[in-house]
Ligand binder design. Structure first.
Ligand code: FES
Ligand code: FES
Length: 154
């Protein structure tokens, strides 16, 4: 079957198998920033945005996204420059192996759009589905709070 999805601003017509998951479709199309980890909605590494909301692509049928807009990490930065969130994560030591970072950034972008000035607890609560096995979360929380403050001052 064929579906039409707007991915990172570009409308694409995609042939998919029945029962195909969005994670699989996106990676096949080259969006390798969408990470394949647990496949059981447990880690957040596969996070993307659908119509602006953070969603786990490993448990989302591609067919359900027909006619919708998907944003992956590739849509929030380009090959030559890091986004402000990515920079802040590096500055605060919030990225070590880096595997969780694409999903974390995609979810954080949704948080800061919904709530541009979150409290520390609101950041922790919103990002609780994005697991990180390296950093202990504190540095990531600090990075998101820093970016929120910087965006507010612009
Ligand atoms: S790979 Fe989707 S939540 Fe872990
Ligand atoms: S930086 Fe390694 S899992 Fe988060």
């Amino acid at each position: 079957m064929k579906v039409t999805i707007k991915i990172n601003g570009k409308v694409q017509s995609v042939e998919i198998e029945p029962g195909e998951m969005l994670l699989e479709t996106l990676r096949r199309l080259g969006y390798k920033g969408v990470k394949h980890a647990c496949s059981t909605a447990s880690c957040g590494a596969c996070s993307v945005q659908i119509d602006g909301k953070p969603v786990l692509s490993c448990t989302t049928f591609t067919a359900a996204v027909d006619g919708h807009e998907v944003m992956t990490i590739e849509g929030f930065s380009d090959e030559n420059s890091l986004s402000d969130i990515q920079k802040a994560l590096i500055e605060e030591g919030g990225s070590q192996c880096g595997f969780c970072i694409p999903g974390l950034v995609v979810t954080s972008e949704a948080l800061l759009r919904e709530n541009p000035n979150p409290t520390r607890q609101e950041v922790i609560d919103y990002l609780k589905g994005n697991l990180c096995r390296c950093t202990g979360y504190e540095s990531q929380t600090l990075a998101i709070l820093k970016v929120a403050k910087e965006r507010q001052s612009k």
